[in-house]
Write a protein that binds this ligand. Sequence first.
Ligand code: PEP
Ligand code: MG
Length: 316
Amino acid sequence: ERRAALAASTGPGATSDGHKVPLLANIGGPADVPAAVEAGAEGVGLFRTEFLFLDDSTNAPSEEKQVAAYRQVLEAFPEGRVVVRVLDAGADKPLDFLTPGDEPNPALGVRGLRTLLDHPDVLRTQLTALAKAAEGLPVHLEVMAPMVADRADAKAFADACREVGLRAKFGAMVEIPSAALRARSVLQEVEFLSLGTNDLAQYTFAADRQVGAVSRLQDPWQPALLDLVALSADAARAEGKSCGVCGEAASDPLLACVLTGLGVTSLSMGAASLPYVRATLAKFTLAQCERAAAAARAADSAEEARNAAQAVLSGE
Ligand code: PEP
Ligand code: MG
C-alpha cells in the first residue's frame, strides 16, 4: 500500500487543498542530479559546492572547471530553480589552504561566508563561474551564502554578486540565531532566505553537530528551533520574499508539514526523501499544517512537539 502511495506521488509539492510548496533536491555535485530528476525534484534547493574544492588541498579549482560543473547541473533543470550555495569551508568542512588551523573553536571561527570575505578572490572566481555557467540558459539561478550573521554580511555578499554582474537572485542562509532574530534586517539586502537547520540547531543549542553525546539537542523538533523558523518565515512573508528550508528537518515528512504550517515556502532534501514528503504533504490541508505547527510550538520538548503534531494530523 505504501509503495502504491509513493508511486502515485508525482507532480509539484502541495497540500491537499492546493497550497504549493515546491519540493527541491539537495545535491553535492552533478553526480546527484539523475536521482533528483527521477524523484521528481522541482529544482535544486541546495547545491553544496564543496566537492569541487576537495581534489586539490593547496588551490581553489579553476574558473573553467567550475563553469563546467555548474553548467552540468543548470542544464538538468531547464525551467526550474537551482539554488547554489557558495563555498562553505571551515568547521566540519575544513580546507587546508583556506581554513585557519589554530582556532580553539572552529565552528565559531572563520568558516562559511567569513572565509570567503577573507579570500575575496575565491568568492569572485566562484561567482564569475556561476554567471558564465548560467549564460543563455532559461534556468532560474539563485545564489546564497552560508553562515550569514547579520545585515552587513548579507550586504557584503550581495555586493560581491553585483560586482561580477551575476544575474541571479541573491539569498542568505539562516544558520545562526542572530540572522533569524533579525531576519527583516537581513532581508533588506537579499531576496530570499534558506534555513540551514543543521547548523541553526547547532548554534541555537550550543551543541556540536559532530558530537554524538549532545545529539538530543540537535533534534530539529526542538520547539526553540521551530520558533526561529517561524520568526524567519514571518519576516520573509512581511517582506514579500521567500523562506525555504534546506537542512535535514525538511526530509522528515511530519516535520515538513509543520514547517509548511510555520510559513516556509519551499522544502529541499536528499532525493530519497522527496516521494515520502510529497505523499505526506498531499494528505493534509494548509490549515491542518498550521494547527500542527501551533501544537508543536506549544510543546516543551522535541518529543512532545512530535507527538502533538502527530496527534493533530491523525485527528486524535
Ligand atoms: C545546514 O546547516 O542545515 C545546511 C543545510 O548546510 P550544511 O549541512 O551543508 O552545513
Ligand atoms: Mg550549514
